[in-house]
Design a protein around this ligand. Structure first.
Ligand SMILES: [Zn+2]
Length: 97
């Protein structure tokens, strides 16, 4: 007789907060790369970590997005001939409208 089982137990403890939750998407985010299809950490811990990460580096993330936007705008300006194509970049408009 073996104690090994492929059937996951119906509940699982989050390694961050130590709480034991039912093995369900109500308590864990989905993660297709994981054996049971759920993230290792519970929803609360994942959300808290993401919030902290963003709060710590919001300015860096914003700068990166702005840089990418500017690079893309420059690329289209350089490679799409003015007045050609259905969506050539208007010079004066700089938003997503
Ligand atoms: Zn947790």
């Amino acid at each position: 007789m073996s104690s090994y089982s492929d059937v996951p137990s119906p509940s699982r403890a989050c390694p961050d907060c130590g709480h034991t939750y039912p093995r369900s998407v109500a308590f864990f985010h989905r993660d297709a790369g994981n054996r049971d299809g759920l993230k290792v950490r519970c929803r609360d811990c994942v959300c808290r970590a993401e919030r902290q990460r963003y709060a710590a580096s919001a300015e860096i993330i914003c700068q990166r997005v702005r840089k990418r936007y500017a690079a893309r705008a420059a690329h289209f300006k350089a490679h799409v001939p003015r007045g050609h194509g259905p969506s050539s970049f208007p010079d004066t408009k700089d938003d997503h409208e």
